[in-house]
Design a protein. Structure first.
Length: 402
């Protein structure tokens, strides 16, 4: 048993706070399950290890809902660039889990910043790029770190696929080409699914040849898996909405740079229950390409203010992952409600990654993923003093001093 006491707890569970509060964790269980949280100090009948945080802020471990950690390693990107399979604009059968290097030093930096889980996966070279994986940030075996292996199917619209294939005189060379390949991937997978179902009902109907690409798309068609759609410009965002509505698909809009310009349309899509939410960012990068001409740090605040579930991402290594809380703090400085900004890197990120049953808030039954801060998480001077994953201390500033 592990007791965290004398904490200022921001639970991210219906915005409950406890000050002073406690968290009780079954640290002998596989997930280090939280079994209690509340005011004061509980009476417990068994001896417990105790962490007295002396009035510090305690939050659920932070979550980066869209990054590429482990697929591109800092300082060695050409040698370790395993995030883009630039040989075919439709590669749904690729899995990030097969490429993530858990010994990437950036995982240590994430843990030291209180980031306990991430959604990491392929880049945006391909219209359909493969699946992201949702993992914990501590460990040396990707299978043991994994929470959801195929957590979402990555798709991309806009300049990136065009810039990869257009110069080769291959499709897609235009935005029309992006949309056409997107639709083609869905339509072919749907025909494959129908042929399989027909064979299942009638053995005389020929079974289709196994197609690993179409197989990978089946959970998307069945709404068991969301699409994770890279899009910056307003017209690309609305193309994503149009196609997903056409095929009745679940999806998130990632980056969503010009989302604030069409917020009312995105709110309609969110209310229609197809769009599950938006993931905004990176918020501290330059305007490195034409699509980013209208980027604004006010974007997440405007979208959240419209009632759209909003998360904040780093797109690591674009923004180093350890600055996730800093990007959220700047969004709050520029008008985002402070609690909305905190939710954007905790519970909202968890919901949009499909992992909110495990992480994102401090609540009995959830994993013991905890971050302890020596000041308010949005104060630039604040440091993380302790990080726990699955109820185990994986970072302590005292142990790492010097």
């Amino acid at each position: 048993m592990l007791l965290i006491k004398n904490a200022k707890i921001l639970t991210m569970d219906e915005r409950k706070e406890f000050d002073p509060g406690y968290i009780l964790i079954d640290d002998d269980s596989e997930r280090g399950t939280i079994i209690g949280v509340g005011e004061g100090i509980p009476e417990i009948s068994v001896s417990a290890k105790v962490i007295d945080v002396q009035g510090r802020y305690v939050l659920p471990g932070l979550i980066d809902p869209h990054c590429h950690i482990g697929l591109w390693q800092d300082g060695q990107r050409p040698e370790t660039g395993d995030g883009n399979e630039m040989t075919d604009p439709s590669t749904p059968h690729l899995r990030a889990q097969d490429a993530v290097n858990p010994l990437d030093p950036c995982f240590r930096e994430a843990v030291a910043a209180g980031i306990t889980s991430v959604m990491t996966g392929p880049g945006s070279a391909n219209v359909i790029a493969g699946t992201f994986t949702f993992i914990k940030t501590s460990g040396n075996n990707i299978d043991q770190m994994t929470v959801i292996d195929n957590a979402a199917m990555k798709a991309a619209l806009g300049e990136n696929p065009k810039s990869v294939y257009g110069p080769r005189n291959n499709a897609p060379g235009t935005r029309m080409g992006n949309a056409a390949i997107f639709r083609e991937s869905v339509i072919k997978a749907r025909a494959y699914k129908e042929a399989k179902e027909k064979h299942g009902k009638d053995a005389k109907s020929p079974a289709p040849d196994i197609n690993i690409k179409h197989e990978a798309m089946l959970p998307v068609l069945e709404r068991k898996m969301a699409l994770k759609i890279h899009a910056h410009r307003a017209d690309d965002l609305l193309t994503a909405v149009r196609i997903c509505k056409e095929f009745d698909l679940r999806y998130t809009l990632d980056h969503c740079t010009e989302g604030y310009l069409i917020a009312e349309h995105l709110k309609d899509a969110f209310d229609d229950l197809g769009l599950e939410g938006v993931m905004t960012g990176p918020l501290m990068s330059d305007r490195s390409k034409p699509e980013l001409a209208n980027q604004s740090i006010r974007n997440p605040g405007i979208l959240a203010g419209k009632g759209i579930r909003t998360a904040i991402l780093t797109d690591h290594p674009v923004i180093p992952i350890q600055y996730l809380a800093v990007t959220a703090s700047i969004a709050a400085r520029e008008g985002m409600d402070e609690y909305d900004a905190l939710e954007a890197i905790t519970i909202n990120a968890a919901v949009l990654c499909g992992a909110d049953d495990r992480v994102g808030s401090i609540k009995p039954g959830k994993d013991g993923d905890i971050a302890v801060f020596d000041g308010h998480p949005f104060d630039y001077r604040t440091k993380v003093t302790n990080t726990l994953i699955n109820g185990k201390v994986v970072f302590s500033s005292d142990e790492n001093a010097g």
